[in-house]
Write a protein that binds this ligand. Sequence first.
Ligand SMILES: N=C(N)NCCCCNCCCN
Ligand SMILES: [Mn+2]
Ligand SMILES: [Mn+2]
Length: 285
Amino acid sequence: MEFFYTYGTIKTALPLVDAENADFVIFGVPFDSTTSYKPGARFGPALIRQATINLESYILDYDIDLADVKIADIGDIDIAAGNPLETIKRIIETIKELKVANSKAMPIMLGGEHSMTYASVRALKPKSYIVFDAHLDLRNEYESNPWNHACVARRISELGVEIAEFGIRSGIREEVEYAKEKNIRWVHAREYNLEKFREIVKDMPEPVYISIDIDVFDLSMVPSTGTPEAGGLRFWEVIEALEWLTKEKEVVGFDIMEVAGTELGDITALTGAKLMFYLIGMLSR
Ligand SMILES: N=C(N)NCCCCNCCCN
Ligand SMILES: [Mn+2]
Ligand SMILES: [Mn+2]
């Protein structure tokens, strides 16, 4: 099928089906206009897809071959550089087009800046937003811009969506106070474990939207990201939480954001690609 706002790019290295027939539909958002430190998120979607070339489609842990899963890759959103609101509009339109053609398709967004997660949440209307991130992203505005990546969780909370954040190790007092006031639960990377994750998430309403800001992982695994922070989580501890979550709760979509880089084979994209394969695998169980 054709989408008004997408164009072709390098495709995920898996057997792909058309969006109408897919259970999972990948699209990229190569937007990085509000990046504050390390550039390159506009190349994230292409780098993640390129990194999938390195991966087996068979997932050992689940005895699932992604070659047997119905996956589409509709390319990238034609972003409006410098204009987060217009880009958000185009993402919402694209998800709506997809849902009209195939209501059972689960969108998978690859970023690009975390600010764009707002669009997926607006389009998919989850009751809960569960995010892995080094940052609280609860600022009212950053660099005079309420649509900056550092404000995305706040914008989502204003939609009335319940929020829980994991792997946090960066924020300012304003964000901590806002979280307290709005009952937003968050767990510091130092204190994170699976038990805490379950305890917080188990009572959250469904359906849920899952967002992974790639900077949640330890810096050694994700050196190419917009605002890198030392002291992050390990790969398997995030996977274990996601395995529990995808078993317990209805999920309407997920994203992997803030992957940046300028070189093929970037470690950060390899981390993002592996994570995407695991998420599709666990959601197909
Ligand atoms: N959500 C985020 N990614 N937040 C990070 C914001 C950038 C913090 N700069 C700190 C500059 C202090 N000199
Ligand atoms: Mn972050
Ligand atoms: Mn973030």
